[in-house]
Design a protein around this ligand. Structure first.
Ligand code: B12
Length: 217
C-alpha cells in the first residue's frame, strides 16, 4: 500500500489526473483510509509541487494540472472524509475583492490550500465586505484571504478590514492578502497579518496564521 501511496503522490506531481483518480479508487478498495490517502498521497504530492513552484522549476500551467488532479481525487474523498469526521487543518474564507474579476491566482491559492488540508470557503470574485464578514461568522473562519489584481481594487481591502473591526471580528480572525500589485510593505501598512507573493508560499503563511489564531483562543 505504501508503494501505491507514493505512486499517487507521483501522479499528482506529474499532473496525471486519470492515473491519480484510478489510484485513489484502488487504494480505497484495498482498505486505505481517506485520511491516509489525503495525507500520504495528495498532500504529499502537492507539497512537492509547492517546492518546485517556489524554486522556479514549475510554472503556473504545471501547478494547475497538478492541482486539478488533486481536486478530482478530493471529489472522491470529500464525502468519505465528512463521514469520518476528519478535522481540517483550519478554515480559510477566500475571495477576490469587490470590483475585481481576476481569479486565476486566487484559484491557485484555493487549490494549493485545499491540497495542504485546509478547508477553503471560496466566495469567488467581486466579493463585498459584507460577504466576507458574513462568511467569516458563518464558517468560524481562522483566516480571511483576499486577492486583488488591480491597483483600483486593492484599496478595497482596508475597507473589508474596517468592516471586520466594526463587527468586533478583527481580533478573532487572521487576514492574509495577495495579488500582483500587493506587496509585503503595503500589507503591513494596512494592518494585515500576512502576505505571500505566490500560492505555494501562501500555504505556508496560511498554516502559520491558523496556528497563531488557534493559540490565541
Ligand atoms: C488574465 C488577466 C485578465 C483576465 C482575467 C481572467 C480571470 N478569470 O482571472 C481578464 C481578461 C478578464 C482581465 C480583465 C481586466 N484586466 Co487583467 N490581467 C490579466 C493578466 C494578463 C494575468 C493575471 C493572472 O491571472 N496572472 C497569473 C496568476 C497565477 O498570477 P496572480 O494573479 O498574480 O496570482 C499569484 C500571486 O499574485 C498570488 N496571489 C493571488 N491572489 C492571492 C491571494 C492571496 C491571499 C495570496 C496570499 C496570494 C495571492 O498567488 C498567485 C499564484 O502564485 C494580468 C497581467 C499580469 N501579468 O499579471 C492583467 C492585469 C492584472 N489586468 C489589468 C487590467 C487593467 C484589466 C482590466 C481593467 C482591463 C480592461 N480595461 O477591461 C480588466 C478588469 C476586469 C475586472 N473588473 O477585474 C492590469 C492591471 C493594471 C493595474 N495595475 O491595475 C494587468 C496588470 C495588465 C496590464 N499590464 O495592464 N484581465
Amino acid at each position: 500500500m505504501e508503494a501505491q501511496l507514493q505512486e499517487l503522490a507521483q501522479a499528482i506531481i506529474d499532473g496525471q489526473r486519470k492515473t491519480a483518480v484510478e489510484l485513489t479508487n484502488k487504494l480505497l478498495e484495498a482498505g486505505a483510509t481517506p485520511k491516509t490517502i489525503l495525507e500520504k498521497g495528495l498532500i504529499a504530492g502537492m507539497n512537492v509541487v509547492g517546492v518546485r513552484f517556489k524554486g522556479g522549476e514549475y510554472f503556473v500551467p504545471e501547478v494547475l494540472v497538478s492541482a486539478r488532479s488533486m481536486k478530482a481525487c478530493m471529489e472522491i474523498l470529500k464525502p468519505l472524509l465528512a463521514q469520518g469526521n476528519v478535522e481540517s487543518r483550519g478554515t480559510v474564507v477566500l475571495g477576490t475583492v469587490s470590483g475585481d474579476l481576476h481569479d486565476i491566482g486566487k484559484n491557485l491559492v484555493s487549490m494549493m490550500a485545499e491540497g495542504a488540508g485546509l478547508r477553503v470557503i471560496d466566495l469567488g470574485v467581486d466579493v463585498t465586505a459584507d460577504k466576507f464578514v458574513q462568511a467569516a461568522k458563518e464558517h468560524d473562519a481562522d483566516v480571511i484571504a483576499m486577492s486583488a489584481l488591480l491597483t483600483t481594487t486593492m484599496i478595497y481591502i482596508p475597507k473589508v478590514i474596517d468592516a471586520l473591526a466594526e463587527e468586533s471580528l478583527r481580533d478573532k480572525v487572521k487576514i492574509i492578502v495577495g495579488g500582483a500589485p500587493v506587496t509585503q510593505e503595503w500589507a503591513t501598512s494596512i494592518g494585515a497579518d500576512g502576505y505571500a507573493p505566490d500560492a505555494a508560499s501562501a500555504v505556508d503563511v496560511l498554516l502559520d496564521l491558523v496556528q497563531q489564531r488557534r493559540a490565541s483562543r
